[in-house]
Design a protein around this ligand. Structure first.
Ligand SMILES: Cc1ncc(C[n+]2csc(CCOP(=O)(O)OP(=O)(O)O)c2C)c(N)n1
Length: 325
């Protein structure tokens, strides 16, 4: 065990948890609008992803995207400011939590289920046209795999032989629909065979195993072979903040949330291996970093309403047609 690797893993995992807890306070205070989707319980997958994704790789995500943005090293301040709808946000506060976009870092998200896959495929194809070995990663949920976009993208990625990594976070639920009631195959990894690709299922609570599986997928993709990783996890909270979550058995949810927390599992694994006081200090510093961040973001302004249409219409076209003159 490399202690520094594990220190970094654990701190990043705690940082991700604290980041989303800070977002919850923004929902409660009504600073954040719309349906906020959190990924409590899915942190180990994002930490594992961070260990392999390069700055020049592309990453597309979904409505449940905060941890993927952190994994892609989107700076935390503009990220949180966007979620809190501030003018200092990644998209000037216009996108909000479901529409994060960073062209320079090749990162985008969409609330349309299944729609991020073709975008990732386009990035993978672009990399081939450029002649470099940057790959494209699409992180999707288990609900995305039954869309036409998934099938078309996997098929074409295989035909073209481009560097696409698909990470499916199988948290067992697509809103109120259980995975067991929605999939024709017992696992999603095995669907890779239908596209003549490799796929593997991994315990997404185990950061080491997940990092190894994602590493293998990246190695395939850098060599021009797409790959699927299905990371098993459990959605801790309702589909979005405000979802009453009445379709799940409350006792089972409480039991699984208590026993399948990647932070607890990782900390237990490190107890006795790394110094406990040092782990406490990592937790404290991650918490302090997020507390300072959210306090700073809260002091910032919302975008000027007068420029709300700036990103809606092509200004030349508007001028030409005199739509809003
Ligand atoms: C094309 C489309 N259909 C339906 C929806 C409504 N919708 C939003 S999230 C979601 C479920 C997504 O489940 P999953 O892919 O498993 O991701 P998770 O929410 O579990 O992260 C659905 C059906 C949508 N946003 N887009």
């Amino acid at each position: 065990m490399n202690p520094q690797v594990w220190r970094d893993r654990y701190r990043l995992m705690v940082l991700m948890r604290r980041f989303e807890e800070a977002c919850l306070t923004g929902v409660a205070s009504k600073e954040i609008h719309g349906e906020l989707h959190t990924a409590f319980g899915q942190e180990a997958i994002a930490v594992a992803l961070a260990e392999h994704v390069r700055d020049d790789d592309a990453l597309t995500s979904t409505h449940r995207n905060h941890l993927h943005a952190i994994a892609k090293r989107i700076p935390l301040h503009p990220l949180m400011a966007e979620i809190f709808e501030k003018e200092t946000g990644l998209c000037g506060g216009f996108g909000g939590h479901m529409h994060l976009f960073d062209r320079e870092r090749r990162f985008s998200t969409t609330g349309i289920v299944g729609a991020s896959l073709p975008v990732a495929l386009g990035h993978a194809y672009a990399s081939r046209l450029r002649g470099d070995d940057a790959v494209a990663v699409a992180v999707i949920g288990d609900g995305s795999v039954n869309t036409g976009g998934f099938h078309e993208s996997m098929n074409l990625a295989s035909v073209l032989g481009v560097g696409l990594v698909v990470i499916i976070e199988n948290n067992e639920w697509a809103i109120s629909v259980p995975f067991s009631a929605a999939s024709s195959t017992p696992t999603l990894a095995e669907r890779a065979g239908g596209y003549a690709l490799s796929g593997e299922r991994v315990d997404g609570l185990d950061v080491e195993a997940t990092s190894a599986a994602i590493g293998r997928a990246f190695a395939h993709a850098r060599a021009g072979r797409p790959a699927i990783v299905e990371a098993m996890c459990y959605r801790f909270r309702g589909h979005y903040e405000g979802d009453l979550d009445l379709y799940r058995d409350a006792a089972e949810k409480a039991e699984r949330t208590a026993t399948q927390d990647p932070l607890v599992i990782t900390r237990q694994r490190l107890d006795g291996v790394l110094d406990g006081a040092e782990l406490d200090e990592l937790e404290r510093s991650a918490t302090a970093e997020i507390n300072e961040l959210v306090a700073a973001v809260r002091r910032e302004s919302q975008p000027d309403r007068g420029i709300a249409r700036n990103h809606v219409f092509v200004s030349g076209l508007v001028a030409q047609q005199g739509v809003f003159s």
